[in-house]
Design a protein around this ligand. Structure first.
Ligand code: MLT
Length: 202
């Protein structure tokens, strides 16, 4: 593993026609968590998978929160920029195109924040169980970026209007947003996988 500013896993592409994936785990996960998902949804893609630097009771995260669903937005901004700098470093070190972020929960929220604050870093994003990361969405141009959002109608952590606000805000910034709402909770389901495979195949 190359020494870069985040602990991470890197798997080089075996199919160079596939886009690189930036895999961003949920609270309590780590850099190993989403490698299997990445291989499944876009076989042959480069995988770049960092570990969040915040520890909440020993659980890695990508930014601080004050309570469940209540974010320390100053930290969200700082951490989104820090992670974007890591992606820029990794692109140079490994010779990568801009990746598509695939984030779950806390990882989806930092990916949404990066889209808003450092849009040049990502080619697009698949946001699984995401919520609005910043109450004031910065003006940003996301034209040409594809975003898949998959939410759970029964998610106890994310109110439906919150994920809908995020989808609306990304669309208003010009992103090509597909928002799917499944009869699921916060955890991923088989249907999430099917939707991801289809979206990556398009
Ligand atoms: C967050 O803190 O990013 C969200 O509440 C989701 C979570 O990680 O539980």
């Amino acid at each position: 593993m190359t020494e870069l500013s985040f602990i991470h896993r890197y798997e080089p592409a075996t199919d160079p026609t596939r886009p690189p994936l930036l895999l961003l785990h949920g609270t309590g996960g780590d850099e190993n968590d989403l490698l299997g998902l990445g291989r499944m949804i876009s076989p042959g893609s480069t995988l770049l998978s960092p570990r969040g630097k915040i520890l909440e009771n020993g659980m890695p995260r990508f930014f601080r929160r004050l309570a469940e669903g209540v974010f320390d937005e100053e930290d969200v901004r700082f951490r989104a920029n820090e992670l974007a700098d890591f992606v820029a470093e990794a692109r140079k070190a490994y010779g990568l195109e801009a990746p598509i972020a695939v984030g779950f929960s806390n990882g989806a929220n930092i990916a949404a924040a990066m889209l808003m604050l450092r849009p040049e870093i990502l080619a697009g994003a698949a946001l699984l169980r995401a919520m609005v990361p910043l109450t004031q969405a910065p003006a940003v141009d996301l034209a040409g970026k594809r975003v898949l959002m998959i939410s759970g109608a029964l998610d106890p952590i994310i109110p439906a209007d919150n994920s809908q606000r995020l989808a609306a805000s990304l669309s208003a910034s010009g992103a090509d947003v597909q928002h799917e709402i499944l009869p699921a909770g916060h955890n991923l389901s088989q249907t999430d996988l099917q939707l991801l495979v289809r979206w990556f195949g398009e």
